[in-house]
Design a protein around this ligand. Structure first.
Ligand code: R2B
Ligand code: URA
Length: 298
């Protein structure tokens, strides 16, 4: 799930209802402007069928609590690919599993934000991950997303070329999130590197997939080298997320809870209630962060 805060930077003026927008979402595609219509196929939205600025470009002065509690409808109900919810200036969208899935969603979300003329957008991927050398239930805020070779890069195949992109995330945003986490009691949180893989099993060194061609020793050696390189958790979307958001001018962060310590286990065997509570931790942190940003804190 990714949360997006469009156009929500409050100005420094004394007028609490004023927002200043400066950083527009930029798409880097010379063909886009000449298109008569842009169909965001996987979101079941389009520039001719929907008034995107009216639907998404509006900036509410205040997100009232009553609004947040309203019955919120799935904006992408016409497709089963993704779900999208909007309340006030906050958009939440699912991204599926893995780089191809989140990449399709991001192309269309970024175009949507561009068509809607949103500015000063903050975007956060929240989800689950496997930890390395840290207690299950720990929330990891990513400082840098790395690939399976522990390198801070995303290799995008374009036609028959490999284009290497930076996976830097917004440092100020990750620190703001970390400070926010300190206000929540019993909320283990750390900032560390996140490794992004193309696969949950062999790609993450699991011994329990349908295929496994390496020993337990090789697995542990790899994960320990990852730990030494600063990796604290493993998931499957962060590198492409960081790369695309960075290129398109979105301030981005990744916040994932760890479900297990991969130095101990491969299988996720937490009791259901524990799993649910862990999965809610990134959501809790982000909702506190949003409240703080919107001035809704007590
Ligand atoms: C974390 O959890 C999912 C796999 O179970 C994947 O989307 C990810 O990054
Ligand atoms: N998600 C992952 O990608 N890996 C894990 O180990 C757990 C959740």
């Amino acid at each position: 799930m990714a949360s997006v805060l469009p156009a929500s930077k409050r100005s420094m003026s004394s007028d609490r209802n004023t927002y200043v927008g400066k950083r527009f979402v930029h798409v880097k595609n010379p063909y886009l402007d000449s298109m008569d219509e842009d169909i965001l196929y996987h979101l079941d939205l389009g520039t001719k069928t929907h008034n995107l600025p009216a639907m998404f470009g509006d900036v509410k002065k205040e997100l009232r609590l009553e609004e947040a509690e309203e019955d919120i409808k799935d904006i992408c109900a016409g497709t089963d690919r993704y779900c999208m919810y909007k309340t006030g200036p906050v958009l939440a969208i699912s991204h599926g599993m893995g780089i191809p899935s989140i990449s399709i969603m991001l192309h269309e979300l970024i175009k949507l934000l561009h068509h809607a003329r949103c500015c000063d957008v903050t975007i956060i991927r929240i989800g689950t991950s496997g930890g390395i050398g840290i207690a299950p239930g720990t929330v990891v805020i990513t400082d840098i997303a790395v690939d399976s070779f522990f390198k801070p890069r995303f290799e995008q195949v374009i036609l028959d070329n490999i284009v290497t992109r930076s996976t830097e995330l917004d440092k100020e945003l990750s620190e703001e999130l970390f400070n926010c986490s300190k206000e929540i009691p019993n909320f283990p949180t750390l900032i560390g590197h996140t490794m992004c893989t193309y696969d949950f099993y062999e790609g993450q060194g699991r011994l329990d997939g349908a295929l496994c061609s390496f020993s337990r020793e090789k697995k542990l050696d790899y994960l320990k080298r990852a730990y030494e390189a600063g990796v604290r958790n493993i998931e499957m979307e962060s590198t492409v997320f960081a790369a695309m958001c960075g290129l398109c001018g979105l301030k981005a962060a990744v916040v994932c809870v760890t479900l297990l310590d991969r130095l101990d286990y491969d299988q996720i065997n937490l009791p259901h209630d524990v799993l649910v509570e862990y999965q809610q931790r990134p959501q809790l942190l982000i909702s506190n962060f949003i409240r703080r940003r919107l001035g809704l804190c007590d």
